[in-house]
Design a protein around this ligand. Structure first.
Ligand SMILES: [Zn+2]
Length: 399
């Protein structure tokens, strides 16, 4: 079952490509600033502790040579979080993490798949063309899903309002019945289902990993209680994520895809937040929020062609926090991101945004059209966003 990692479509060199937006990155802070929700309560001072669900087992998922999903990624993220914590002079509390239970996994996964995955424990090879396993991978995956569950438990219980889970392997491509795209168990979907099981009524899953979260989408496609919003590069792996994939049945309108052409930088993501993401989040008014927190839209990432700065991940976090109504918790769960420097600076920016949120002053989010001066977005990206807005108008009031 072992396959050559170089034969798959996902693991490849990043093409040399620059964007029409290059040079505009320095405007990211200004253009991403977020306004408070009309009529909504801004978060009060919440204390500065951020909870973190991490575990030594996540480094027991050992990559083959040259595979981009490798343990050094986690070390880079840990370093970024620690720098943010030290700079803020704040607390970061480690959660006790156990394995996800059969019941927790079965909320979104086929039990037969979970059993088959368990039988792979201790073995090495590939589960699909790019999803490797090493002898410790199945244990890591079970513990990773458990980390997402532990994070939800801690936030639900009010130990903090903000937290990170740092599972390896990542999760958002994993389907109910099979591994896919470096992912074995869908950590974020397991977390969202757990929040629902705890009684949370409207769960937001915001997926800003550069790849479409096809697994998460599929698991909640007909579920109106889980709003799935994905910003992703298109075309790119895995190829899904059309704006017209809106959900099914009672869930129609609760599946929001924002596919963006390659080259999108901070200004385009700011516009996407202002025009699509934040208005929808505000109207949905989640009582629990989870981010599929991939960092592979960073400009340095080798697997995609977006151009985000590290700071943009912090400003996206701030924008989201400014739109969530008190006391909605926010848990971020690590997904992709394959450049170590990009991972480190992006995770630092997200953590810094969490630490500083309590003292942040209300600010305005601004995104400018190409003719408007300042941070412009390309016509190609403006057209993509306009298409998304038009498609969603039957379901949401959009800015
Ligand atoms: Zn990704």
């Amino acid at each position: 079952m072992t396959q050559d990692v170089n034969t798959n479509q996902r693991v490849r060199e990043k093409p040399k490509q620059m964007t029409s937006e290059s040079g505009l990155v320095s405007d990211s802070e200004r253009s991403f600033d977020a306004a408070p929700p009309p009529g909504g309560a801004r978060c009060p001072t919440l204390g500065s502790t951020v909870v973190v669900a991490d575990d030594a087992l996540f480094l027991e998922h050992v990559a083959p040579p040259e595979h981009p999903e490798r343990g050094e990624r986690l070390l880079a993220v840990r370093a970024g979080l620690e720098r943010a914590r030290a700079a803020a002079g704040a607390g970061m509390a480690a959660l006790q993490v156990g394995d996800a239970t059969e019941e927790q996994l079965a909320r979104v996964h086929d039990p037969a798949y979970v059993e088959a995955l368990g039988q792979m424990a201790g073995r090495s090879g590939y589960l699909d063309s790019d999803t490797y396993i090493s002898p410790g991978s199945v244990s890591a995956a079970r513990r990773g899903a458990g980390a997402a569950v532990s994070l939800v438990d801690a936030l639900h219980q009010g130990r903090s309002r903000f937290g990170f889970a740092l599972p390896r392997p990542p999760g958002h491509h994993a389907l109910a019945d099979r591994a896919m795209g470096f992912c074995m168990l869908n950590n974020v979907a397991i977390a969202a289902a757990h929040a629902r099981a705890l009684g949370r009524e409207r769960v937001l899953v915001l997926d800003w990993d550069v790849h479409h979260g096809n697994g998460t989408e599929a698991m909640f496609y007909d579920d109106p209680s889980v709003l799935f919003v994905s910003l992703h590069q298109h075309p790119a792996y895995p190829g899904s994520g059309s704006a017209t994939d809106l959900g099914r049945g009672d869930g129609r309108g609760r599946n929001v895809n924002v596919p963006l052409p390659p080259g999108a930088a901070d200004a385009t993501y700011a516009a996407a937040f202002q025009r699509v993401v934040l208005p929808i989040v505000e109207q949905f008014a989640p009582d629990f929020a989870i981010v599929s927190c991939g960092f592979d839209a960073h400009a340095r990432d080798p697997l995609a062609q977006m151009q985000l700065s590290g700071r943009a991940f912090g400003t996206m976090t701030t924008a989201l926090l400014s739109t969530l109504l008190e006391p909605c918790p926010l848990g971020l769960v690590l997904e992709g991101g394959y450049d170590l420097e990009g991972l480190s600076e992006s995770s630092e920016a997200v953590a810094a945004a969490l630490f500083s949120h309590a003292s942040a002053e209300p600010r305005r989010l601004e995104a400018t059209e190409p003719s408007g001066g300042g941070a412009a977005i390309s016509r190609e990206h403006a057209a993509a966003l306009a298409h998304v807005q038009q498609t969603l108008l039957p379901f949401w009031r959009l800015g």
